[in-house]
Ligand binder design. Structure first.
Ligand code: RIB
Length: 334
């Protein structure tokens, strides 16, 4: 097993410089850091992480708990988190709960046993008792996406009510609008707020959202597909559907294509998230964009500040949404 001395000799630097690179205890210039890392790679040197963490009391690792790592929204937010953490020399351990609160509890225990320095947390459901426990144990944690306002924790969320209003105001421009909405799981705050915002905008335009044209989806494409099939096969059908995420909107587009319903001429469709795929559907999807990179970067910034100073007051960042008009709806009227 190569030693630190051999790494220092190969990189042409001092023993202490190699130690600073390993433990991130002093800023080392990029060229020197790269020389040391290259020497480590050539020699096959691997720092003893456990010894290092015992010395510094830090593992330079953060946990990331997501409800569905296969959903592109979370994948894109997770990518931003990992990139921001890497820039600050932190590693990320990703845990996928599949929306299961029992699994969420297991993972919070696993991550604490692995001595992570902090957690970024998307709640699996609406009873995050695991989160309550972490908060009382004092582990630094930042809540993102699904608000847990009952706990005084650092939080980064999107203005979902405003996003729903943006979708409603856009569709309200359609003459003789017959609007429908496919929500996400109703126990999740983002979906509930999007529906409220959508209803508010329609109401202000004097348009009623019929109860039979609001169906609950599960944020997966098939639920959007099924809801659209149900509505589009009926004699009286909606001419616009707002989906509380892009994945369900993709399901709606498939249903419309199968039934020969022209989008946007006969049916307008709006999604929510603006995942990368939204630009590549046919037609390209109009959607309410969430600032995914900003969500991830802000979460990492708040967490590292919290790790450095546990006494900071809880911070709450509410980020704006943006309506992105593509080809599944009409052009915005002035
Ligand atoms: O697409 C997944 C949805 O779940 C997103 O809208 C995100 O806000 C999360 O709540």
């Amino acid at each position: 097993m190569p030693t630190i001395r051999e790494v220092a000799q190969k990189a042409g630097v001092s023993y202490t410089t190699v130690s600073h690179v390993i433990n991130n205890t002093r800023r080392v210039s990029t060229p020197v850091r790269e020389r040391v890392l290259a020497a480590m790679q050539e020699l096959g040197y691997r720092p003893n992480a456990l010894a290092r963490s015992l010395r510094s009391g830090e593992t330079k690792t953060i946990g990331l708990i997501l409800p569905d790592s296969a959903n592109p929204f979370f994948a894109e937010v997770g990518r931003a988190i990992e990139n921001a953490a890497f820039r600050s020399q932190y590693s990320v351990i990703l845990c996928n709960t599949e929306g299961d609160q029992a699994k969420e509890r297991v993972y919070t225990e696993v991550l604490q046993n692995k001595q992570v320095d902090g957690l970024i947390f998307v709640a699996a459901g609406d009873q995050p008792d695991a989160l309550q426990e972490i908060a009382t144990r004092g582990l630094p944690v930042v809540v993102i996406d699904r608000d847990c306002s009952q706990l005084e924790l650092d939080t980064v969320i999107t203005d979902n009510l405003s996003g729903g209003r943006q979708a409603g105001s856009h569709l309200a421009q359609i003459p003789n609008l017959r609007a429908a909405c496919i929500t996400g799981p109703s126990n999740l705050t983002p979906s509930a707020q999007r529906l409220v915002g959508f209803q508010q905008a329609l109401h202000e335009a004097g348009i009623e959202l019929r109860e039979e044209w609001v169906l609950r989806g599960d944020f997966h494409p098939h639920s959007g597909y099924q809801a659209a099939l149900h509505w589009l096969k009926a004699a009286q059908r909606p001419n616009a559907i707002f989906c509380c995420n892009d994945m369900m909107a993709i399901g709606v587009l498939r249903a419309a294509a199968e039934l020969g319903v022209m989008v946007p001429q006969e049916l307008e469709v709006i999604g929510f998230d603006d995942i990368e795929l939204a630009s590549y559907t046919h037609p390209p999807l109009t959607t309410v964009a969430q600032p995914k990179a900003q969500i991830g970067e802000t979460a990492v910034r708040l967490l590292l500040e919290r790790i450095a100073d546990g006494w900071l007051p809880a911070r709450r960042e509410i980020l704006p949404t943006t309506l992105i008009i593509r080809k599944t709806t009409h052009e915005e009227k002035p």
